[in-house]
Design a binder for this molecule. Structure first.
Ligand code: NAI
Length: 248
């Protein structure tokens, strides 16, 4: 299949985990792929070579998604290098968990800036490009806890609820310009982020999942491919849960 032929996609925080799986799947579907991360090391450079090996154009940029200037410079560079931007995946995200009684202002600010302000920064930067093209697909990586809430993750859950509200608002504001915006709400996905949890916590999660397994980054990448492609041309303002049936 070549679902994303002739499309240029930016995926933030794609050095590893879910973002990396999305970049790989997009390249397999024929997209030109821009990956960003805080640092571009040898592993990421090797990944870019792997993507190029699939016959597509690929490039990695060191860029802090939480920084407004960085995001705008990135988009300028991508337009200069690739000529257009069809898909933006706001994937960069972190956790700094803690109960409210103990949560510091720094923990709150960091998570809101990296998880939510980053999406504002990138959407703000790509909007003029997509409006000019009269097309574009924006995908915000939210989380099931952005819908359900989670004790010990007030900062993270609030940031992910924000990602859903942001996607819905952009869908309403820019739909007439041919731009779609959706959110993906992954459940428990096996990556470095969840690898930091104890075995006991991971087991507790798994028994709550009707499909009885943690998700893979590829499970999320498949849905991100659908939302980036023209298969979803009449889908906008939605949140698709990728959680093995955990949240309904
Ligand atoms: P991860 O920690 O494996 O990868 C995140 C990547 O983002 C890393 O490469 C990191 O360097 C990069 N990053 C962090 N801050 C950045 C910044 N300011 N600018 C640019 N890049 C930055 O995480 P994972 O699991 O792949 O998560 C990806 C997204 O999916 C995140 O938004 C996360 O909140 C979300 N998610 C993950 C779930 C899971 O179970 N793993 C569940 C629900 C949502």
């Amino acid at each position: 299949m070549n679902l994303l032929a002739n499309k240029v996609a930016i995926i933030t925080g794609a050095g590893r985990g879910i973002g990396r799986a999305i970049a790989l799947k997009y390249a397999q579907e024929g997209a030109s792929v821009v990956i960003t991360d805080l640092k571009i090391d040898e592993t990421v450079e090797a990944f870019v070579k792997e993507l190029e090996g699939l016959g597509v154009k690929a490039k990695a940029y060191a860029s802090n998604a939480a920084n407004f200037e960085d995001a705008h410079k990135l988009v300028e560079a991508v337009v200069a290098d690739f000529g257009r931007i069809d898909v933006l995946v706001n994937n960069a995200g972190i956790t700094r968990d803690g109960l409210m009684m103990r949560m510091t202002e720094e923990q709150w600010d960091l998570v809101i800036n990296v998880n939510l302000k980053s999406a504002f920064n990138l959407i703000h930067a790509v909007t003029p490009v997509m409006v000019k093209q009269r097309s574009g697909s924006i995908i915000n990586m939210a989380s099931v806890v952005g819908v359900s809430g989670n004790a010990g993750q007030a900062n993270y859950s609030a940031s992910k609820a924000g990602m859903i509200g942001l996607a819905k608002s952009i869908a309403k504001e820019l739909g007439a310009r041919g731009i779609r915006a959706n959110a993906i709400a992954p459940g428990f996905i096996i990556t470095d982020m969840t690898g930091a949890l104890s075995e006991e916590v991971r087991k507790q999660w798994e028994v709550q999942i009707p499909l009885r397994r943690g998700g893979t980054p590829e499970d999320v990448a498949n849905v991100a491919t659908f939302l980036a492609s023209d298969l979803s041309s009449y889908v906008s303002g939605q949140t698709i849960h990728v959680c093995g049936g955990m949240n309904m």
